[in-house]
Design a protein around this ligand. Structure first.
Ligand SMILES: [Zn+2]
Length: 212
């Protein structure tokens, strides 16, 4: 009789695999055909292996439970063979591009990272329509953030104004008593009112224009 490979040892009710001194038995893992150590894909990091398992069969679990199981399997039971087919399944579609982490270079990872950050906010789209800005004016507005001021706080504040995510009294009124403008006390304090319509702000803009 041939001795089973150590990586083919069962995970469930195994005296060598315990959480808080107790052997483990998770029926939903067994239903998803996770029964022996090598099914846990221990040659990868926990996140990679969890994503693959989740995509294939594992529906009822979460990352913490998965990580818990990975941690308690002793090193001598780990399956360390490199399985390229499993790694290849990390490929995914991103917009029009097919992204493969194995062949991608650092600049591709960077493009992936900034892809989501570069989305135009709904607030800015409204602002663009309101002021009838064309694409040149838009890029100028965002590029100016970097060139006009080097102080991070001011840049962040200007970025908030552009994207209409500044918390004004209008928004605070939803959790407080009053949404009226801090300066004129007449209109609702929206970002548009505060920086464009308010009679007090207009005094500053008029002053500013006369300096030029
Ligand atoms: Zn006002």
């Amino acid at each position: 009789m041939t001795k089973p490979l150590i990586s083919e040892c069962t995970i469930w009710n195994n005296k060598n695999i315990k959480i808080v001194c107790k052997t483990i038995y998770y029926p939903h893992y067994i239903e998803a055909r996770f029964s022996i150590c090598k099914h846990i894909l221990l040659n990868m990091n926990n996140l990679e292996s969890y994503n693959i398992a989740k995509r294939k069969v594992l529906k009822q679990s979460n990352f913490l439970v998965w990580t818990g199981i990975c941690q308690v399997i002793p090193p001598n039971l780990k399956h360390l063979e490199f399985n390229e087919n499993e790694l290849n399944s990390l490929e995914f579609q991103c917009g029009e591009n097919h992204f493969n982490p194995l062949t991608s270079r650092s600049k591709h990872f960077y493009e992936l990272l900034i892809l989501r950050k570069a989305r135009v906010s709904r607030g800015f789209i409204k602002r663009k329509e309101k002021f009838r800005l064309d694409d040149t004016a838009v890029s100028k507005a965002f590029l100016n953030l970097r060139s006009i001021w080097s102080e991070t706080f001011v840049m962040t504040f200007q970025f908030q104004i552009l994207n209409v995510i500044t918390f004004t009294n209008y928004h605070l009124a939803k959790i407080g008593p009053n949404g009226l403008c801090t300066f004129c006390g007449i209109e609702l304090e929206t970002v548009h009112h505060l920086f464009y319509e308010c009679s007090f702000t207009n005094l500053i803009w008029t002053d500013f224009a006369s300096c030029g």
